[in-house]
Design a protein around this ligand. Structure first.
Ligand code: MG
Ligand code: MG
Length: 624
């Protein structure tokens, strides 16, 4: 059963429960503080859970129970029994007790086990169970092996163990220790991932937990080891994350379910003999960005055509039935959609001229769509004329579409919909293919879109970087195939950064820049200038710093400075970058040349951002 703890989500308890059920969970852990602050009675919450077809898999947490003495011990037992009453009304049969942090608690494991044995009798008489969880920062018990020892010593049918991947993995407890646990004594498994950020466990846990697949912990191995003990109960997400709790409960619950589906799919592929695991078609490795579709209305449509021409694209096709044109250069295909109705039009009206869709080449689009559906992605289709090609598509960042085309779409793909356009005298700029697309989004959505791509496609993520913008920080991470053929960078925008203004002023996230590759950046630069493209200017200080960092020859640095090129190195690899001024100060094009270089020029990003800030990337009338 897929479950999630209410603490992960924003809102009042009934709203959380509705979001959890809407996402498709069948189980829920009720976080006691969520109930405490709620106006509804436990019975009303129980009725709501029943209406929503949700099972309460756990009521949690109960703190500082064990190892006390005298009056403190009596009070702990009476507190627990008050909570047992609440559980009765709530219809919960399992209580989580986490290891004590109380300074006065005894470290004596026999005494602790004795407390649990006595509590087991009380719980058992009421048809309830208690699970003991080792907090990573517990005073005496902070290792699941010790909690397991306590459970064995208590030796009571109503007392079992609760395993939480965060607590075990943050303390680097060997995963193979799980093999020693009897699966029947594991009462619940809580799952959280986290980034490796070297932090004191309490703060790390309370603020930086994330869904499996979003962090760096070996969560799949951990859960696999648990399933091998014979455990067949709920897998429950227990996430404390500031961004999750400030964002849409529906979105976060949806992401949570997706992460569990992905986890189950991974577990199924390691041939764990657990029933009911989701199995999806394998992740396909996309072969590259096969087209980029722009939507525009009114005067912006003509302006965008002029931009395409100046970048060296030639108009090579006209849609047979729609106001849509195809532009190409090298292996790059741009589509300009100026239809007066439909999805692209609505996108342009909402966001201004912008990228409304892009295509990824795949070997089997049906298989990708089946996996996408299994992961809860929203598929998209729009009416199409007889004989017109329908490209399978799902909703992506900012309501745009990700389409799946053949790996190398040729004439049989394009000529169905597009009639050849008479040759125009193109002035090509040596652009070869799409090197990468950069998408901007609110910082709160950053992990959502990371999971979206990595759960669906065989793409890896690079470490998250903080890029300084003149007005704040931008989180940046690349999602890329291991051969580098498909590269998408995600920018999570906070504060008043350029990326954030882009997101706020154009009503949502989307493609903020498109990088094309060239085999000769100097020749491309000259061709672009000859075509009248305005390139972004850079400060002289940048070249002084560059020369100091890489010990470059005077003649070479002079050539870079004269060309206003950005440059980076990675071992023997070299990277050259050029930027065009933004279209309506909104989105922009980048031109890159890679020589055995795998990155994205991260050291140059803040220089570029400052340069764009100087020229005013957002028109004054739109700036907030
Ligand atoms: Mg926990
Ligand atoms: Mg870039």
């Amino acid at each position: 059963m897929k479950s999630i703890a209410t603490v992960a989500l924003k809102g009042a308890l009934p709203d959380k429960l509705r979001a959890i059920a809407a996402a498709g969970f069948k189980g829920v852990e009720i976080f006691d503080p969520d109930l405490t602050v709620c106006n509804e009675t436990p019975r009303a919450i129980a009725a709501l859970m029943a209406d929503l077809d949700l099972t309460c898999v756990c009521f949690q947490p109960f703190r500082d129970f064990e190892g006390l003495s005298g009056l403190e011990r009596q009070r702990a037992f009476s507190r627990v029994q008050r909570k047992f009453d609440t559980m009765g009304e709530l219809g919960a049969d399992l209580m989580l007790i986490c290891s004590s942090v109380a300074p006065e608690a005894s470290p004596d494991l026999d005494r602790i086990a004795g407390d649990f044995a006595e509590l087991g009798d009380i719980a058992g008489s009421r048809g309830l169970r208690v699970g003991y969880e080792a907090l990573a920062w517990g005073r005496h018990v902070h290792d699941h092996r010790v909690a397991h020892d306590v459970v064995k010593r208590a030796d009571h049918p109503s007392i079992g163990l609760i395993l939480d991947s965060f607590h075990s993995l943050a303390r680097r407890i060997p995963i193979d220790s799980i093999a020693e646990i009897d699966g029947k004594k594991i009462f619940l498994v809580q799952i959280a991932d986290a980034p490796e950020i070297g932090m004191e466990p309490l703060y790390w846990s309370r603020h930086f937990r994330c869904f499996p697949g979003q962090g760096d912990f070996p969560v799949t191995d951990y859960v696999e080891a648990i399933l091998k003990t014979g455990y067949s109960g709920a897998l429950s997400l227990e996430i404390f994350n500031d961004r999750f709790r400030s964002w849409s409960a529906n979105q976060i619950a949806h992401d949570g379910l997706r992460s569990l589906v992905m986890l189950e799919d991974q577990l199924a592929t390691v041939a764990t003999a657990a029933p009911d695991l989701v199995v999806l078609p394998a992740r396909e490795r996309p072969t590259g960005v096969t087209f980029i579709e722009f939507a525009a209305t009114g005067a912006e449509a003509g302006q965008l055509e002029e931009v395409f021409k100046s970048l060296g694209f030639s108009r090579c096709g006209e849609h047979r039935t729609k106001a849509v044109s195809r532009w190409s250069q090298g292996a790059i295909n741009l589509v300009l959609n100026v239809e007066p109705t439909g999805f692209a039009h609505a996108h342009a009206v909402t966001h201004g001229a912008s990228v409304c869709a892009f295509g990824l080449g795949v070997a089997d689009a049906d298989q990708v769509m089946a996996r996408a559906t299994g992961l809860g992605a929203a598929s998209f289709s729009q009416g199409h004329g007889p004989g017109e090609f329908q490209v399978p598509a799902i909703r992506g960042v900012g309501g745009s579409l990700v389409c799946f085309t053949p790996a190398a779409p040729g004439p049989d793909f394009w000529d169905t919909d597009f009639a050849p356009h008479p040759d125009e005298a193109a002035r090509p700029a040596g652009l070869l293919r799409v090197d990468h697309l950069a998408q901007s989004m609110p910082a709160e959505e950053f992990l959502s879109w990371q999971l979206y791509y990595t759960s669906l496609l065989n793409m890896r993520r690079t470490p998250t970087l903080d890029i300084p913008d003149p007005s704040g920080l931008v989180l940046s991470q690349a999602i890329e195939t291991d051969d580098g053929a498909t590269r998408i960078t995600l920018n999570g925008a906070g504060g008043q950064t350029l990326a954030s203004r882009f997101v706020n002023n154009y009503f949502g996230a989307g493609v903020q820049h498109i990088a094309f590759s060239t085999a000769d950046i100097f020749a491309t630069r000259q061709a672009l200038l000859d075509n009248g493209v305005e390139l972004l200017g850079l400060p002289a200080n940048y070249y002084d710093d560059l020369q100091a960092r890489f010990d470059l020859h005077d003649a070479f640095i002079a050539r870079l400075a004269q060309g206003q090129l950005l440059y980076d190195r990675d071992g023997e690899g070299e990277y050259y970058q050029l930027y065009a001024r933004a279209f309506h100060k909104r989105f922009f094009f980048e031109f890159v040349q890679r020589k055995a270089y795998q990155g994205y020029g991260a050291p140059n990003a803040s220089v570029r951002l400052a340069a764009q800030d100087r020229v005013g990337a957002i028109p004054a009338e739109l700036a907030v």
